[in-house]
Design a protein around this ligand. Sequence first.
Ligand code: LLP
Length: 423
Amino acid sequence: MRPPFYFKNNRLFCEDIDVTTFSETVPTPFYLYSKSEIEYNCQAVWQAAKQDSSVDFMPYYALKANYNPSILKLIKAQGFGADIVSGGELYFAEKTGFPADKTVFAGVGKTKEEIREAIQKGLHSINIESGEELKIVADIARKEQNTQRIAIRINPDIEAKTHAYISTGLHKNKFGISTEQAFELYIETQKYKNIIADGIHVHIGSQISLASPFKATGEYLKTFIQRLARKNIIIKFLDLGGGIGINYDDPLTNAQAPRTFIDTILPQYLASFSGLKLKLFVELGRSIIGSAGLLVSKVLIRKHTPLKQFMVVDGAINNLIRPSLYQAHHQIVPLEKGKYNSITADIVGPVCESGDFLAKNITIEDIPAGEKIAVGSAGAYGQALASNYNLRPTISEYLVNGTEVSTIFKGRTVADIANSYTW
Ligand code: LLP
């Protein structure tokens, strides 16, 4: 399939929309998403699962990556369930039509109110992160006179080979519990009449580009399932987490490069459980929406010093924190190519922090004030992590569908922010 973003006559397009022409009609910065790319990624997930006809598979979308309701509705229409981590995400999932029995609830610190709501609504499962949490869930289920299915989150102590801040499957991370502790907990669950403990949850990290950590997790889980079976604890479903990476290197200029690692990783991960009578779930965020989004920003000023060249743009750390927080590389290109000579520059925002940058030491055309750049692979954990630091408004989001563009978030203006305060 044609990439969602590509250059035609040196101008960046999203589907059939010329991004420069569109950018002249709206304020910058803004996020722009491709509908067909979201659908394409969802279909790649179903396709990967089909490779082994014995697999009983269900994909869930991790709302944390991007919870724009228009995007949620598109993903829901592709047959995905919802993976939520808060009452807020439950509200959005429910309102965009995800059925309760296709919603799973994860998270290391859930409030009693959130747990009660999950039980009352009949969510498919609650992922348990500690012994204390198991007791609380069992207690609330009993009081609600309801039965709740759970999966205990295992921390397999497997190195995900990703950035330390987004690695979650090591014993030093706060997530899940060791198999020894989990083993005890599965035994403990047998005494709770209102709990069905027939699932295991695992999530080893995010932006993983290799199949090997997933295959190691698969082997680890298989051994654990057999161990539980010897105690007559029969596991029926595995919630395998998310974590499949995407191309951050050159998504806007390399039409040949795979845009996500769904095709290379997912079939191998699922194959670990081939022949076992298990339902397999995944909870994917980044690999569904990451490659479908672009951040468009305008150059405000150029600052050429004897030591460094800075390109100051109107998009900043409060719009996209990933470069600064995870040393993440995002490809940045001018919306119109081939007009100026290239320089080596830092692309920085106007926020009063030295950590406010979108890229460091990249080669980019020396485009003047008023012209625009695009930041690639910005669909996941971009707008979702935005803040109003320096009292900067939350920017708008637009969705492209062929030749049409629709506003899917109209931005949160300074007046909107001001309204929440007592003056
Ligand atoms: N399931 C669980 C339990 C998770 O903690 C996460 C992500 C996912 C699923 C979805 O993972 P994905 O498929 O998106 O890799 N803000 C960071 C990423 C944080 C990921 C948190 N957990 C970033 O921008 O790289």
